[in-house]
Design a protein around this ligand. Structure first.
Ligand SMILES: Cc1cc2nc3c(=O)[nH]c(=O)nc-3n(C[C@H](O)[C@H](O)[C@H](O)COP(=O)(O)O)c2cc1C
Length: 338
């Protein structure tokens, strides 16, 4: 039987197919279905920095209100149920999911500044998270802030979370850093045990009738896998073998999982395909992965991993440029003629 076992963030996974952060992974019954279908690990949806900061403000307000009243007026203290906040609910959901399944459960924090909310990293670890995924999601729209400052503030977040927890830490990155290879290495040096490549940015649309900006979540398409494939291939030989790599964006089938592993990913993660086809899709992707490995006489995913990374390419930047030129010259269709 082909061995699908992999190691990710120092954790042993029975399969490299992971359910990434999304609506299904926050719902205990869907998580159970994902694990039954063969998910190697679960990444819960993100707890957002803004939610935590609001909660801390409300908490302080609740404690301070009534502070100048008579101390025996115990009714001034807020009721515990009133304090049930997004953070509390997340911790409770994490504990519930942990009790249900025996695969690693990774909690996700979404941040764009370092600050007091970092204590949540410790609370998530205490509630049983096997690892944390830090989702760095920020749009650098301030023209006074230079690229180096943007990178520095991201690295500060990674270091702050690293200092707060002992559990493994993955960092989910956007593809929009100008010196990705350098930044990826610095994120690893700041304490990340793994990189998740890449975050998808949700671009709002415009409603032309209402003249309003409307948020639209589009599920991904398989071609979106090419960006993570390229960067995982480039980064795998540049990073220490102790740094895990996860592919996210455009993993829809077992063959996509094969590609991600071939360029050097330790796991391939899915959200859109699972939302489209349901949790059982993990089982179909796994069967396709097994079939491909058998057909090509691989006995394990370990044997395939990294066989197509860029370790044998002297200068990946030059290689990418020459491929770009070749690609543009390869267009065989006839030009559209009016
Ligand atoms: C509806 C929806 C909700 C998501 N929520 C989160 C989230 O809370 N945190 C996060 O890091 N990523 C979130 N994602 C991003 C996914 O984890 C994943 O990285 C992205 O969708 C690309 O993978 P895919 O092509 O398999 O969908 C969400 C995606 C979707 C479609």
């Amino acid at each position: 039987m082909t061995n699908l076992a992999t190691r990710y963030l120092g954790l042993d996974l029975a399969s490299p197919i992971v359910a990434s952060a999304g609506p299904l992974t926050g719902d205990p019954s869907a998580v159970l279905a994902l694990v039954r279908a063969g998910a190697g690990a679960i990444v819960m949806p993100s707890l957002f920095e803004e939610e935590i900061l609001d909660e801390e403000l409300n908490f302080n307000w609740a404690l301070e209100s009534g502070a100048d009243q008579f101390s025996e007026a115990l009714s001034y203290f807020p009721n515990v149920p009133e304090l049930s906040t997004p953070g509390d609910r997340y911790l409770a959901r994490l504990a519930e999911i942990k009790a249900l399944v025996d695969v690693p459960v990774i909690a996700s924090l979404n941040a764009d500044s370092s600050g007091g909310w970092v204590r949540y990293a410790g609370l998530l670890a205490d509630a049983g998270a096997d690892a944390l995924e830090l989702n760095l999601y920020a749009i650098a729209a301030n023209p006074d802030i230079e690229a180096a400052d943007v990178e520095r503030s991201m690295l500060d977040i990674v270091s702050a979370v690293r200092a707060a927890v002992a559990v493994p830490l993955a960092v989910k990155l956007s593809p929009y850093y100008s010196a990705m290879a350098n930044f990826a290495r610095r994120v690893a040096n700041a304490g990340a045990d793994g990189l998740v490549l890449f975050n998808r940015f949700y671009q709002p649309d415009i409603d032309l009738e209402q003249l309003e900006v409307v948020p639209r979540v589009e599920l991904s398409s398989p071609w979106e896998l090419r960006l993570p494939l390229r960067w995982i291939a480039i980064l795998r030989p540049l990073l220490s073998s102790a740094t895990s790599l996860a592919a996210t964006s455009g993993v829809h089938t077992g063959l996509d999982v094969v590609k991600a592993i071939a360029v050097g990913a330790d796991v391939a993660t899915m959200t859109s395909a699972l939302l489209r086809h349901g949790p059982a899709h993990i089982g179909e992707a796994e069967a396709e992965l097994r079939q491909w490995l058998d057909d090509h006489e691989y006995t394990s995913v370990g044997q395939l991993r990294g066989s197509m990374n860029s370790a044998n390419i002297d200068d990946p930047s030059r290689f990418e440029r020459s491929n770009y030129v070749k690609l543009l010259h390869s267009w065989a269709g006839s030009p559209a003629v009016r």
